[in-house]
Design a protein around this ligand. Structure first.
Ligand code: PMP
Length: 391
């Protein structure tokens, strides 16, 4: 930190890294209204379109009528409501684990789970592109943080072998990398964690509900559901609700209840949110859920294919997160501005969210985008990409 707050803000502006909030009207459907104009939304994580699904809304309203609007306190203080218990049982069943524990958000989950599982004298092995909440949880833990190059198994093996096996070892990775849309090599990570006696935690914020034959996530897609010790997932993305969880053994969940500070010291999720999440599991597990997943996969292929064919670098994406590499911050934000003017809302992503020099447009697809929407968006992106010299 240097200089005054005003100076620091001025420096952010000068470097093209200043952030401000944009007002959008309407739900997070495929279209929102920005500055009085309807635009196609291509930057929401509402992948299956459940954020305004009638079933989720009806269950949330009914829960408010029956249970009120707040959970009142931390669960260790004023108790677990029926809906907390019901949702945790549902999550455990979904992930095939003995138990599950709710957290108030993905950020709260990672910053609570990681310091509970690892502390002073322990080792955390973390992919260099893991989400910021994993980095923050790791720093909070006071364990030794060893960051390995993205998906580099040989480097991880060397680092595991190099560090003496004192204390606990935790390997932690995103299942789907949130800014790149590629997958972690989970089968190989399971083999490594077994070889080195480590725990494996997978943050599947972007895979859960979306990937695998039944939407269980990246571990289902890669055939290693049983090899993951802690399945972390979020409910504010494909599940169209809010909150997060750890699904794990009974022992680990009991441990988190006693040790995860973001669980212990925070008011728990309110009834409306819990009920919406329960309804989301019903949809995800239904034929409608299967259809939405297929539609999302088809949309992602169509959109990514068109942009890759036009010469964009899609940065290894194989999922519904489709980054388009731009490079520097200024053209990335200019790209966003020009697209918005044409009716397409796509977010430019800059440091510290991504490494310097790898600024990108991060497009996120939804099952509710129509093929025509996506073709029009791709055409505009190609045209502006040429104009800006990105392709
Ligand atoms: N993990 C990953 C991989 C994420 O992308 C995000 C949020 N975008 C989070 C955790 C945090 O989840 P939440 O938004 O529920 O706090």
């Amino acid at each position: 930190m240097s200089g005054s707050i005003g100076e620091e803000l001025a420096a952010l502006r000068q470097d093209g890294l200043y952030r401000s909030l944009r007002l959008v009207a309407g739900s997070q459907g495929s279209r929102v209204v920005v500055d009085g104009r309807e635009v196609l939304l291509l930057c929401s994580n509402n992948y299956l379109g459940l954020a305004d699904h009638p079933q989720l809304k009806a269950r949330a309203v009914a829960a408010v009528e029956r249970y009120g609007t707040s959970s009142g306190a931390s669960r260790l203080v004023s108790g677990t409501m029926e809906l907390h218990a019901e949702l945790e049982a549902r999550i455990a069943r979904f992930k095939g684990t003995e138990a599950a524990l709710l957290f108030n958000s993905g950020y709260a989950a990672n910053s609570g789970i990681i310091p509970a599982l690892a502390g002073k004298g322990d080792l955390i092995f973390s992919d260099r592109l893991n989400h910021a909440s994993i980095v923050d949880g790791s720093l909070l833990s006071r364990a030794t943080l060893v960051r390995y190059p993205h998906n580099d198994l040989a480097a991880l093996r060397r680092l595991l072998a190099k560090h003496p096996p004192t204390g606990r070892r935790l390997i932690v990775t995103d299942g789907v990398f949130s800014m790149d849309g590629d997958l972690a090599p989970l089968a190989e990570l399971v083999a490594l964690k077994r070889e080195f006696g480590a725990l494996l935690m997978v943050d599947d914020a972007h895979g859960s509900g979306v990937l695998g034959a039944t939407g269980r996530g990246s571990a289902e897609l890669l055939g290693v559901m049983d090899g993951v010790d802690i399945h972390m997932g979020t409910l504010g993305k494909a599940f169209g609700s809010y909150g997060a969880y750890a699904a794990a053994s009974r022992e680990i969940v009991a441990y988190l209840v006693n040790r995860a500070r973001s669980f212990i010291f925070s008011t728990s999720l309110p009834p409306a949110v819990l009920a919406a999440s329960l309804a989301a599991f019903d949809v995800v597990d239904s034929p409608e859920g299967a259809r939405l997943r297929r539609q999302l996969a088809a949309n992602s292929e169509r959109f990514r294919g068109a942009l890759a064919a036009a010469g964009f670098d899609t940065m290894g994406s194989t999922t519904q997160i489709v980054p388009l590499r731009v490079g520097e911050a200024a053209p990335a934000m200019e790209f966003t501005r020009l697209l918005l003017a044409e009716g397409f809302f796509v977010q430019g992503i800059r440091p510290p969210t991504v490494p310097a020099g790898t600024c990108r447009l991060r497009c996120t697809l939804m099952a509710t985008h129509s093929p025509d929407d996506l073709d029009r968006a791709a055409a505009a992106i190609v045209r502006i990409g040429r104009q800006l010299g990105v392709i």
